[in-house]
Design a protein around this ligand. Structure first.
Ligand SMILES: [Mn+2]
Length: 467
């Protein structure tokens, strides 16, 4: 049987929209042009799927700068998009490297220019008609800039406010690109406004997911949930963190070619008090809990899930009590989350629920605890989308009313040393418990995209018993 290979799937993510993919990306670019109404340039990543540290054997199937991915679906390095809403010539130009056939012999197809056939290839796959050599960027931008009434150029970088102070993220490629373009624009017109940030409008468009991204998110959650279920069923075979990581990630990657959302956290016993424990090299001790934070991508969307399970297959009474306190906090968030509500509000609600239950349930039963933090260990929610942590990195979105289509994490946790005597038996453990689901915000409430991922004490124990 002859199978047609998906030649461009590695460098162009159609987002599940198939034949409509080009139109979908074009619509996004048009909307951004309407909002910004100015000349813009957006850069992709300057490095390939191995990232910036190729010596550490990192590989990510999806690695494009998310702002460029959102606007074009292109997943290859050294790509820059120019948008010029007032141009009569062409309102969008894609800049790529020269076609490199030796590179392709080794690594497979990559968009490039230099000959008519290669040019046609970029046009037909991406839908962008004006495609040029990236070495011409400066000259083309200068020429386009000279025709603008507004003497400014928009580009994307991360900025926000923390503790009342303006912050700018100055270590990534976006900042480097912004600095370069800024220098150019200043040399062409020192009296103009120079470079301005399009981050706000970009995120306003990008953060509410469309129907394709919602479907992709559901798929990512389903694969992640199935991998978790299979891991539970096989858990009796594992005696350390690394075995669980290998098995769990294998199960996820078997079902998605788009890579993991992030490096999995497998943290047993007191390791779970380290929020981002990633070394995953410890053996399990009898009776302890193990915290898993994991997820896979589908297309450009992510699942970001946490579960905490007993190594033995059975929660002890103290573990169950604490687990259910966390679960209750999580359900409070799910009940309250809807468009118009702010993340800071559900954050307060969550930690109030957990802290008050620690008093009313745990301490009231004679329990003592020494938490690793004052009132709250971390925020209960972050945005998810083109990035596992999406939206501005300073999380100023927490103070804005949530929009329908936002995808948020719901991840309460409890970390510290706990001691209690129950039914004549004393339990004394350093524990980290985190439960994380992904919620799609709607006008009237939210849809829990992770609802099928096993979570109750009874379900987890049942699946860990199944051989
Ligand atoms: Mn998360």
């Amino acid at each position: 049987m002859k199978v047609k290979k998906k030649k461009y799937s590695g460098i162009f993510r159609d987002g599940g929209a198939g034949k409509l993919a080009k139109r979908r990306y074009r619509e996004r670019r048009k909307k951004l042009m309407q909002r910004e109404d100015k000349l813009m340039v957006v850069t992709g990543v300057p490095y390939g799927p191995e990232g910036e540290t190729f010596w550490s054997y990192v590989y990510s199937a999806t690695y494009q700068e998310p702002s460029l991915m959102y606007l074009t679906g292109i997943n290859q390095p050294n790509v820059i998009l120019l948008l010029d809403p007032h141009s009569k010539e062409s309102d969008e130009i894609l800049f790529v490297d020269e076609k490199d056939f030796i590179y392709e012999f080794w690594n497979g197809v990559r968009f490039g220019v230099g000959d008519e056939k290669s040019l046609k290839e970029v046009r037909s796959v991406t839908g962008i008609q004006d495609v040029r050599d990236i070495r011409d960027l400066k000259n083309v931008l200068k020429e386009r800039f000279s025709k603008q009434k507004k003497k400014q150029v928009g580009t994307f970088w991360m900025e926000g406010i923390t503790n009342g102070k303006k912050k700018e993220h100055k270590t990534d490629h976006n900042w480097k690109f912004k600095t370069k373009v800024s220098r150019w624009v200043h040399s062409w017109n020192s009296s103009g406004q120079g470079v301005v940030n399009i981050m706000k409008n970009h995120f306003d468009l990008r953060l509410p997911l469309d129907k394709y991204d919602v479907a992709n998110t559901q798929k990512a959650n389903d694969i992640t949930g199935d991998a978790f279920k299979t891991t539970l069923r096989n858990f009796h075979q594992f005696s350390n963190e690394c075995q669980v990581q290998g098995f769990l990630e294998g199960q996820m990657q078997m079902h998605s070619p788009y890579g993991l959302s992030f490096h999995s956290i497998v943290a047993s016993g007191e390791n779970a008090m380290i929020l981002h424990h990633m070394k995953n090299d410890d053996d399990f001790a009898n009776g302890e809990l193990v915290l898993l934070d994991f997820g896979v991508r589908w297309m450009t969307m992510h699942a970001d899930i946490s579960r905490t399970i007993p190594v033995s297959g059975r929660f002890n009474p103290m573990q169950k009590m604490l687990y259910e306190i966390v679960l209750k906090g999580q359900l409070a968030v799910e009940k309250k989350a809807k468009a118009g509500v702010k993340l800071v509000e559900i954050n307060d609600l969550c930690w109030e629920s957990i802290n008050s239950d620690l008093e009313k349930v745990f301490r009231a039963a004679g329990g003592k605890c020494n938490l690793r933090y004052k009132d709250r260990p971390h925020g209960v929610s972050h945005l998810i989308g083109e990035q596992e942590h999406d939206g501005d990195i300073y999380r100023n979105y927490g103070k804005e009313p949530m929009q329908p289509g936002w995808l948020i994490s719901n991840e309460p946790g409890l970390y510290g040393e706990f001691k209690i005597k129950l039914n004549g038996k004393t339990y004394d453990e350093k524990i980290g418990i985190r439960l994380e689901d992904n919620l799609l915000i709607t006008k009237t409430g939210c849809r829990n995209m992770s609802r099928k991922i096993l979570k109750s004490v009874a379900e987890i124990e049942r699946w860990m018993r199944k051989k």
